[in-house]
Design a protein around this ligand. Structure first.
Ligand SMILES: [Zn+2]
Ligand SMILES: [Zn+2]
Length: 344
């Protein structure tokens, strides 16, 4: 089969020809149908310091995907050949303190599909049954392949942050996580949303504005603080979601939040970020974060797609076959697409 793998300890990927992994008794072999490129895949592609230490190489990349069950092990009881599924990428141990508390997304010993075990940028991928979820009939493979990043946003906005209808919101970073954040906020009855980006985000800001009908601000051309203040009677937003991983984006987000408001950080930053902590304290602003997701967030994300609350069609802008991997990664890197997918 064809697969997109990190083979060498250097930037880039290779399209390789290899055999699918065998399956254990409690595993299933899936035929990949759609698989999305994630920001973390880009970090791994660029081979930044964090991934040099963390990932196991060689490995087939990819953890956001949908597929069809091709074969099941003897002990698999919940799924059978032909079922349409998505799969959680966080492989948790089940026995550490956090797993026992039910917060498997921050398991002490977790590993990640497509980073420590062969992933989904391939024609076939083998996975444990316990990470699988059935896909509703009215959800396409294209849509289902965004369940994982959508589930991260669901973790943040459904569980961690305290979000209510009628609040005012801003999203800093118009990448896929930013778009999903705007859609989940909208599904919760928040209609006053501003998505903020910079010059390199021009294409993505266009998607937010033209396809999703959301107010956008280009930070390099416009004064985001003034625009937000004038649309909130001078108070600022109740919630600001920061999906961009740039230190300056986080710092510039702070004046956008109203007193008593919340900043939800979903981005991962290359360096430590100095913050005006006294300002946060005096204005009683909560700084929150969410990492990855677990079973319940996958189920909630699938429900949002089933109920057509998230316009995945607009956010997935480009699709490639596996042999065009380099083109797909370079497009993600240049931000000239929003969510970029592989398909078979
Ligand atoms: Zn991801
Ligand atoms: Zn654990």
């Amino acid at each position: 089969m064809k697969a997109v793998a990190k083979v060498k300890r250097e930037p880039g990927v290779e399209v390789i020809e290899t055999e699918p992994d065998g399956i254990g008794d409690d595993e299933a072999l899936l035929k990949m149908r759609s698989a999305s490129i994630c920001g973390s895949d880009l970090g791994f592609y660029n081979f930044t310091a964090a991934y040099q230490k963390w990932a196991k190489i060689p490995v087939i990349m990819g953890h956001e995907f949908s597929g069809e069950v091709a074969e099941v092990g003897k002990a698999v009881s919940g799924f059978s050949r032909g079922d349409r599924v998505v799969c959680e990428p966080i492989q948790y141990c089940g026995s550490c303190r956090y797993c026992r508390m039910g917060i498997t997304n921050i398991c002490q010993n977790f590993t990640v599909l497509g980073m420590h075990r062969n992933g989904a940028f391939a024609e076939y991928v083998s996975v444990h049954e316990k990470y699988l979820h059935g896909v509703p009939d009215n959800v396409t493979f294209l849509e289902a392949a965004i369940v994982e990043p959508l589930s991260v946003v669901v973790n943040g906005l459904d569980e961690i942050a305290d979000v209510h209808a009628g609040q005012k919101a801003a999203v800093v970073g118009p990448g896929p996580l930013g778009m999903f954040s705007a859609e989940v906020l909208r599904s919760k009855g928040i209609s006053d949303i501003t998505v903020i980006g910079i010059g390199i985000d021009e294409y993505r800001l266009g998607v937010a504005r033209d396809k999703l009908g959301i107010r956008t601000v280009n930070w390099e051309k416009e004064n985001a603080e003034e625009i937000i203040k004038s649309s909130t009677d001078g108070y600022g937003c109740d919630i600001v979601v920061v999906t961009a991983g740039a230190p300056s984006a986080l710092r510039q987000s702070i004046p956008l939040v109203a007193k008593g408001g919340q900043i939800l950080v979903l981005g991962i930053f290359p360096d430590d970020v100095p913050l005006p902590v006294s300002d946060l304290v005096r204005r009683q602003v909560s700084m929150l974060s969410a990492y990855a997701s677990r079973w319940i967030h996958f189920e909630q994300a699938l429900r949002l797609l089933r109920e057509k609350k998230v316009r995945a069609d607009a956010i997935v802008t480009h699709r490639f076959t596996l042999d065009r991997a380099k083109e797909a990664f370079e497009m993600s890197k240049a931000k000239t697409g929003c969510k970029v997918q592989f398909y078979t």
